[in-house]
Design a binder for this molecule. Sequence first.
Ligand SMILES: C[S@@+](CC[C@H](N)C(=O)[O-])C[C@H]1O[C@@H](n2cnc3c(N)ncnc32)[C@H](O)[C@@H]1O
Length: 285
Amino acid sequence: MENSDSKMKEKLNSRNGSLTVVGMGIQFVSHLTLGAKACIEQADKVLYALADPVTAKWLKELNPTAEALPYNTDNQRRKDTYQEMADRILTEVRQELNVCAVFYGHPGVFADPAHAAMKQVRHAGFPAQMFPGISAEDCLFADLGIDPGRNGCQSFEATDFLIRRRRFDTGSALILWQIGMLGNLGFYQPGKHFYPLTILTEELEKHYEADHEVIVYEAAVYYPVCQPVIQRTPLSKLPQSNVTQVSTLCVPPKDLAPVDREMMARLGIVLPKNLQEKQVYNGVL
Ligand SMILES: C[S@@+](CC[C@H](N)C(=O)[O-])C[C@H]1O[C@@H](n2cnc3c(N)ncnc32)[C@H](O)[C@@H]1O
């Protein structure tokens, strides 16, 4: 028995086939890391999930095996479509090919099919690795000048945030992804009236003033030809803002979290006499 187990392991180890998952970043080509580019060039098979046809064309020039992952919008739930994508990736790896799967942004950030594929491929006994990429949130930090190290930062998927009634800290930035897909478990329909934004606004108004400034953000995809779209609006006017499939909401902190003097004493932190408590920022005394 032990012998047949080790033979099986040996067989698995001697098989070719692997998965590398990489991210294209948000901006056309300029966000692609050198490591990700090399993986794409060297792969036996490239599969991609990219909404942008220009990037897809560029990818095919880099590696002619590049092919779009199936994106079946006939499914009621996009979860099922994501599973079909992961299955397709595994099918290619099972052919003993070194597969490179390309997703936009960071391939591990809000990317169910990428994580599912990694899990399935490893479970089937093949090696799988993921390279990080530049996500929409990385662009947001740069374009909006928000440093998560200053007051902290919380990220949630917008529908998940509402239906799980996620607890959050109004002293830290709050980032809500997929606000254009609120309550939608299927697929994006352009021009649909975003009625659920009023529900999100009502919920946020329980924690922030109606005039608290929020930002509907879209990073530029073709910089420098296009600029990021940054819509600043009072929270109460959020339902009137122009929201698309790629909009992310940023709610800046409303106040500074107070420091716990007892904890500071335990950590050996002494506040200089001339410094007001409200001047005490995370990591900066
Ligand atoms: C399925 S997630 C993909 C995220 C992607 N993997 C990343 O790393 O940014 C889609 C969501 O990402 C955010 N997003 C994607 N592109 C964006 C852009 N150009 N600007 C701002 N947010 C974006 C939006 O919240 C959108 O609904």
